[in-house]
Design a protein around this ligand. Structure first.
Ligand code: FNR
Length: 342
């Protein structure tokens, strides 16, 4: 199986298998506020990831690159949408372009289309310091995501089987590169102990990449008729993982992602403790099925709706929204109780 064929399979299967509503947001309810004492024009959506200032809490999460003309076009469109709306955007794993420089263009198009935007590079935790520097230089990245995808690798016949020393390599990259390092999951969530370990080696942010949206176990299983079906329901739902992450660190930026599709999911993620929210599969689906204009309109509507919800809740900033009281019920409540997390 060629790498580019695999990437295209992932894109196609993400559209069909991964877009269920299982991220746990139905367990989160806002407490209605009848005297919000604010105005819509006061709602400010600016936020920060580490030292990076963002004008929106929404970012386009890492998906693609490598693989030729089709992925180049997708990345170009995602970059144009990010530029139009002033969103941060991550590229997909750059390892293939480090190994085969003819693929670089499919990533560099993101910087070319958006010279002044916030663009985040992406590599797996097997990467060395030199590879991290190469990925950053390739797209003049403002930050680097390092993804942890143990379950995906184990589900792929050609995937990695040895996950030793990942934390050590991450620490080395943090020390020897000069951009913020964001460590992310890819749809299986992170627990608070992991987040605490990552904070101890100096990463700037974690992206929980929770269960409930794009499901790489299911995608890999579909590609070969369900080898490891027990991984299909494996992982920490996004709602829970954001709270785990918040409790596992003292001051990291928390990025909420995994199955986010609506402005309400975004508002709930922020109220649970996220500083920003990443969306991958849902944006890809809109782009591929309806085109770039539709993607831009969807994100514009998310911004408007988020500001409207903040007004109803009396929150004028993302920090205010993070302090908004919520009720947590159901499976999320049970989990947090079992784990003694407030
Ligand atoms: C991804 N994702 C991903 N993540 C990563 O760190 N490096 C990568 O190369 C990719 N590739 C990729 C391809 C495709 C087609 C999709 C849909 C996703 C994972 C992505 O960034 C995110 O963590 C998960 O998809 C969960 O978020 P959503 O899709 O539920 O919003």
């Amino acid at each position: 199986m060629s790498r580019s064929k695999r990437k295209w399979d992932h894109i196609q299967l993400a559209l069909t298998t991964g877009q269920k509503r299982l991220a746990g947001f139905e367990d989160i309810t806002f407490i209605h506020q009848s005297l919000p004492n604010t105005a819509l024009k006061k709602a400010n959506l600016c936020t920060k990831i580490g030292e990076l200032h963002l004008s929106s809490p929404i970012f386009i999460n890492g998906m693609t690159g490598g693989g030729g003309e089709k992925t180049l076009q997708l990345n170009r469109d995602l970059a144009l949408a990010a530029k139009e709306l002033d969103l941060a955007i991550s590229v997909g794993s750059q390892m293939s372009a480090l190994k085969d420089p003819s693929e670089k263009e499919t990533y560099q198009v993101v910087r070319k289309e958006n010279p002044n935007g916030i663009i985040i590079g992406n590599l797996g935790s097997e990467a060395t310091v030199d590879q991290a520097k190469g990925a950053i230089d390739m797209i003049e990245a403002n930050a680097l995501q390092i993804h942890l995808n143990v379950v995906q690798e184990l589900t792929m016949p050609e995937g990695d089987r040895d996950f030793r020393s990942a934390l050590y390599r991450i620490e080395d990259i943090v020390r020897k590169t000069d951009v913020p390092i964001i460590v992310k999951e890819v749809g299986f969530g992170m627990n608070k102990e992991t987040v605490s370990q990552l904070e101890s080696v100096g990463v700037s942010a974690v992206d929980v990449g929770g269960f409930g949206g794009t499901n790489f176990a299911q995608i890999e299983n579909e590609r070969r008729e369900r080898d490891l079906p027990f991984f299909n329901e494996w992982g920490i739902p996004t709602s829970i993982s954001i709270v785990e992450a918040k409790n596992g660190c003292k001051g990291l930026s928390i990025l909420g992602s995994g199955g986010i599709q609506t402005s309400l999911d975004i508002a709930k993620s922020i109220a649970l403790g996220a500083d920003a929210v990443g969306i991958a599969g849902y944006f890809l689906k809109i782009l591929m099925n309806h085109g770039i204009e539709s993607l831009i309109e969807t994100i514009q509507a998310m911004h408007t709706e988020l500001a409207i919800m903040m007004t109803a809740l009396g929150a004028e900033s993302i920090e205010d929204l993070q302090k908004t009281p919520i009720i947590i019920s159901g499976h999320t409540h049970h989990w947090l109780n079992e784990r003694s997390i407030d």
